[in-house]
Design a binder for this molecule. Structure first.
Ligand SMILES: *Cc1c(COP(=O)(O)O)cnc(C)c1O
Length: 386
């Protein structure tokens, strides 16, 4: 492999404290997980509602595996689209109040698949600067003129859109931002999109299931309809505790994606048993509002405690509560120290976040107890002087 120089590049990452390695988890996902034979208290999972290891989700998955087997056998358009997939699509459409929904194998694929199916060279895409990597990737892949506006800044968006001459335009944003935990100004974005005859796409991976009375996400919380947000994306790997993703919108949008979205057409359908398990998660999260209420209570408890400790929290009211550290080496050392004390909180470093913005990213689950948050706070206090 002449010219690749992989060793040097890896060495450089190590020296800059930007080298990444994986922890091997030996237990189910949960509030307590096992690493190297040790039970640690987990504050970095996206299993916000505690459904990833829920007995009813597991048994539904097992029964569906007995009925459908494990592999789906092919892409949706060949012979991989099972009754379980079809029912989940109908349930998601009804749940989100959209005409139709379409399943994708992952959220990453949904994002690149939708954007690149809808726009191309000559069109224009406007993205929030802190959008998820998959949304940025989709924009680049599409070949459309790519513009990024300042984070949650509608004036910056207005300026860019005023100069736009493209025939087709799409504004794309995270709902809840994955590394900062703050919300996109969706009501304003919907208004701007309408004024400028632009499409609007919202990726609510971190809001779906968690926000809104029923768990319909940020669009439910803000009462935004299909007309306001014509392209809605959500994932199942976070609050739903399963895997995969969906796009919800008009009949014409979904039919267009079935015809044209390469990340939909040219890939094996998710296992049918995953779709069945996801239907059970949906039922649980609609009916068990206590999960959302408990999560909110834990978030408030943490924010209040962290404020008293003088921790540098960011402007977030969501289950994502980053503690800004700045220096990647310091963030890594803190995370390592916390782990030694039995608490798992990951350090997030560039290029996932901007330079000088390394942080500890704390996330909460409805399965945490008040005492878990107290433990986290007292251990954070003890390492604060580090
Ligand atoms: C996690 C995430 C995705 C990717 O979803 P996967 O199903 O994990 O591929 C996309 N967008 C956002 C905002 C996310 O947080």
């Amino acid at each position: 492999m002449k010219g690749f120089d992989l060793k040097n590049e890896l060495e450089r990452l190590k020296q800059q404290d930007l080298y990444r390695s994986r922890r091997v988890i030996e237990s189910p996902q949960g509030v307590k997980i096992t690493i190297d034979g040790r039970r640690v208290l987990n504050f970095c999972s996206n299993d916000y509602l505690g459904l990833a290891n829920h007995p009813q989700v597991i048994s539904t998955f097992q029964q569906a595996a007995n009925k459908y087997g494990v592999g789906s056998g092919s892409a949706h358009l060949i012979c991989g689209h099972s009754l379980a997939h079809h029912q989940l699509e109908e349930e998601i459409a009804a749940f989100t109040g959209r005409e139709r929904a379409l399943l994708f194998s992952t959220g990453y694929m949904a994002n690149i698949g939708v954007i690149s199916a809808l726009i191309q060279q000559g069109d224009e895409i406007l993205e929030d600067k802190l959008n998820h990597a998959s949304l940025l990737e989709g924009g680049l892949l599409s070949g459309a003129t790519f513009k990024r506006y300042l984070h949650v800044n509608t004036e910056s968006l207005q300026k860019k859109i005023n100069h736009s001459k493209a025939a087709k335009r799409i504004i794309v944003t995270d709902g809840v931002f994955s590394m900062d935990g703050d919300f996109a100004p969706l009501t304003k974005l919907a208004k701007i999109a309408k004024q400028h005859k632009s499409a609007l796409m919202v990726d609510d991976a971190h809001g779906f299931g968690v926000l809104g009375q029923k768990g319909g996400g940020l669009v439910e919380q803000l009462a935004l309809t299909q007309t306001d947000v014509p392209i809605l994306m959500g994932t199942f790997g976070k609050a739903f505790g399963t895997a995969g993703a969906f796009i919800a919108g008009s009949e014409d949008l979904i039919e267009t994606l079935i015809q044209k979205s390469r990340a939909y057409v040219y890939t094996t359908a998710m296992p049918a048993a995953i779709a069945s398990a996801t239907s059970m998660s949906l039922k649980l999260l609609i009916n068990e509002n206590w999960r959302r209420e408990k999560l909110q209570a834990l978030i408030s408890q943490f924010k209040q405690g962290a404020k008293q400790l003088g921790l540098n929290l960011m402007d977030s009211t969501s289950a994502i509560q980053p503690i800004l550290i700045g220096d990647p080496q310091k963030a890594m050392a803190l995370s390592q120290h916390l782990l030694e004390l039995g608490i798992l909180v990951t350090a997030i470093r560039p290029p996932t976040v901007a330079k000088g913005q390394a942080r500890l990213r704390v996330t909460f689950s409805a399965n945490h107890q008040e005492n878990d948050v107290n433990s986290l706070l007292s251990i954070l206090e003890s390492v604060q002087s580090l």
